[in-house]
Design a protein around this ligand. Structure first.
Ligand code: MN
Length: 231
């Protein structure tokens, strides 16, 4: 049985269209799931319907989250924000993070989970290690160290791997129930996971754009967890 994975979609204001990069869908499908792209909505009944249909949720990458959500004013280096997407994903995350449905957050998705759990973000990283790589998307640009006692470590089975990097923001204060699962050498948080929920993982890199075995293991493990949650 293939679990249905709801993947949060983007909204483009200029073109008035919903969209999602293909690799999220192909990674989920290849790992044994069936992808369903979820257009942002502000209707509570439709949100609940999404939740009743899906066996797991993937919060996809994208632009910056409005710092309004963690009680800060915008800073000069904040990027573009997307109010329709912000409120949709925030409301969806709020609804599901109290339950047991598996959740994977990628890049913005990782940050979104942290915000929905009451955490905060660095609006613009200031580090010697560049986290917006000028290299192909599938190139693994910097190292991360994975925490020994983490779920992520049990999945990836390695203490240190290299990942790609396309983020200028990062987690500042951890959301409640989250712990650090991996960090970059400059201390930037590269992955978080729930210490109370069976499967909530957020990664700051883009495993859907990589072809290494670790990325596959992560998607595979997410799908397996969604299967267990189907009954
Ligand atoms: Mn990075």
């Amino acid at each position: 049985m293939r679990p249905i994975i709801g993947i949060t979609g983007n909204y483009n204001y200029d073109e008035d269209l919903f969209w999602l990069k293909k690799h999220y869908v192909t990674s989920i499908n290849k790992a044994g799931g069936t992808s369903l792209i979820l257009p942002p909505v502000d209707d509570d009944n439709i949100l609940n319907h999404y939740i009743s249909i899906c066996n797991g949720f993937l919060f996809s990458g994208g632009g910056d989250i409005d710092p309004y959500y963690w009680g800060e004013m915008p800073e000069r280096r904040l990027g573009e924000v997307n109010p329709i997407r912000d409120s949709f994903e925030y409301n969806l995350a709020k609804k599901i993070l109290g339950g047991t449905i598996p959740v994977l957050g990628i890049c913005r998705g990782c940050q979104l989970l942290n915000i929905a759990l009451g955490g905060s973000l660095i609006q613009d990283i200031n580090s010697r290690l560049p986290h917006v790589q000028k290299a192909p998307r599938d190139y693994r640009f910097h190292a991360i160290v994975i925490e020994e006692t983490s779920l992520l470590r049990r999945i990836i089975k390695s203490s240190q791997i290299r990942v790609n990097s396309f983020h200028h923001q990062a987690i500042k204060k951890l959301g409640s129930g989250l712990k650090v699962a991996a960090s970059a050498p400059d201390g930037i948080i590269e992955a978080v996971e729930s210490s109370v929920h069976p499967f909530v993982i957020g990664v700051q890199w883009h495993p859907e754009s990589l072809t290494d075995k670790y990325s596959y293991l992560l998607f595979r493990s997410f799908i397996e967890s969604c299967k267990r949650n189907c009954t």
